[in-house]
Design a protein around this ligand. Structure first.
Ligand code: DLL
Length: 434
């Protein structure tokens, strides 16, 4: 038997989904125009009024929003309603400069949790399940989103948050968790830890995992499925659109269905902004069709992917997206934290180092390693190991306070980092995630 959380909408015909989207977009554009002066201004610059948007086909006329707009409008500039209607905020893992704060009304929280509930049911979840949520709780959207979805499905929810792996394992085994929600790298780590403690995959009661928030490969999926004895499902989302649950995998495990009744997806050429036809690889852009608190129109995710309307055997009709195949900006996700090379450069310059550096990221035993090689200015360079270690330690502290995670710093002799004649290669990402 097929399981859906909201069967009517999840299996609605293409025409029905279009009808709903057309109805919602007209209302939403008016809502944004009337309540978000920042976006009204962008529309006016293009000579647009809400009357110009009569269906989702007209969305392509609307201006884009990017992370830069979010930064400029921080904190309240893109708020879509009176603050008294807001019941919650969530935020990204970036630092102050890069931080995104998203606002939710109760309606928005319900909508978001329903999207997560759809993902849990698609992974086989029912009210008989025990759902262990090991995504971080707090500002990060992972814990809150899956926690809410699990409640809606009626699972017994274990609000573990991330970390404290021994305790995760104890609760998992003692309370008989059947569904695990966390990042894929943490799932792999939990798998390894279970094996180290002498458990075999069949010793746990887990049947499924819902893993996302960072890139992961098919090989990693197979490894996790084997070590935990489960089926591992991908889930996608971003703080700007609400959080996890914008798209999720079904039993086919072949791309993620986008919840199209809430989010209208486009693929654009990241250079020109032109909308590309179905099947093209490009940057994913989302328009939220019915959010009240943070109603972003045409938000550029920077995630590169492909959309497909190929029929899915699960019966869901919503368009599917591939895993993100890369990003059109230089953001890296290291141990779940968003890191931009520009932040690293800022720290180096502030601490008196030249911007000659190289970032090396790798994945060893399913966890990310993060090294930065930095040229030491001649006046600071010393042949005393202890002096160099002190410099490295200080730089590590400065990086940690900017990025939220601490890289291993390697100070190297002046002029030893290769110079480039074209674009400098600042980042060497060996993780082979795409
Ligand atoms: O990571 C929301 C989330 C939480 C998704 C839990 C899934 C599960 P942010 O911290 O705002 O939100 O980061 C969003 O993470 O633009 C992608 O680049 C990346 N990302 C999210 N899900 C996936 C995935 C959450 N399944 C950014 N595969 C996005 C690859 C993903 N990358």
């Amino acid at each position: 038997m097929k399981n859906y959380y909201q069967p009517e909408i999840e299996t609605a015909s293409y025409e029905e989904i279009r009808r709903i989207q057309n109805e919602k977009i007209v209302k939403q554009v008016k809502h944004v125009y009337d309540n978000v002066p920042y976006y009204r201004n962008l529309m006016q610059q293009k000579g647009l009024t809400p009357d110009d948007i009569k269906s989702v086909d007209d969305i392509k006329k609307l201006p884009f929003l990017s992370k830069d707009d979010l930064r400029e409008a921080y904190p309240f500039g893109l708020l879509g309603t009176d603050l008294k209607n807001i019941v919650r905020i969530q935020s990204t893992s970036g630092t102050t400069g890069k931080r995104v704060v998203a606002f939710y009304t109760q309606h928005d929280v319900d909508l978001w949790e329903e999207c997560c509930a759809r993902a849990i049911v698609a992974a086989g979840g029912t009210n008989e399940d025990v759902c262990q949520v090991a995504y971080g709780y707090g500002l990060f959207t992972g814990g809150a989103g899956l926690n809410g979805g699990s409640h809606k499905v009626g699972c017994m929810t274990l609000p573990m948050s991330s970390g404290n792996t021994d305790r995760q394992i104890q609760f998992m085994m003692d309370l008989g968790a059947t569904i695990l929600c966390c990042t894929p790298s943490y799932a792999a780590y939990i798998g390894e830890s279970l094996a180290e403690q002498g458990y075999k995959p069949e010793d746990n009661k887990l049947k499924a995992g819902i893993f996302g928030a960072e890139p992961w490969t098919e090989e990693m999926r197979q490894g996790i499925e084997k070590s935990l004895g489960i089926k591992a499902y991908d889930i996608y989302g971003l703080t700007e659109t609400s959080g996890p649950g914008v798209a999720f995998e079904c039993e086919e495990q072949k791309g993620m269905h986008i919840n199209e009744d809430h989010f209208y997806a486009e693929i654009i050429d990241p250079e020109t902004g032109e909308v590309l036809p179905e099947g093209s690889k490009g940057e994913l852009v989302f328009t939220s069709l019915d959010k009240e608190g943070f109603p972003l129109l045409r938000y550029r995710t920077k995630d590169i992917c492909i959309l497909s309307r190929e029929k899915c055997s699960c019966g869901r009709t919503h368009v599917r997206m591939t895993k993100p195949l890369g990003r059109s900006d230089d953001m890296m996700i290291i141990r779940g934290v968003n890191v931009f090379p520009s932040q690293i450069e800022t720290v180096l310059l502030k601490e008196g180092y030249p911007p000659n550096y190289q970032i090396v990221v790798d994945r060893v035993n399913n966890s990310d390693t993060f090294d930065i090689y930095v040229e030491c200015p001649a006046e600071l360079f010393s042949d005393k190991v202890s002096e160099m270690q002190t410099l490295e330690k200080n730089l590590n502290t400065a990086m940690r306070s900017m990025l939220g995670i601490g890289p291993k710093i390697h100070l190297v002799a002046p002029k030893t980092i290769e110079r480039s004649e074209g674009k400098a290669v600042r980042v060497i990402d060996k993780r082979k995630l795409h």
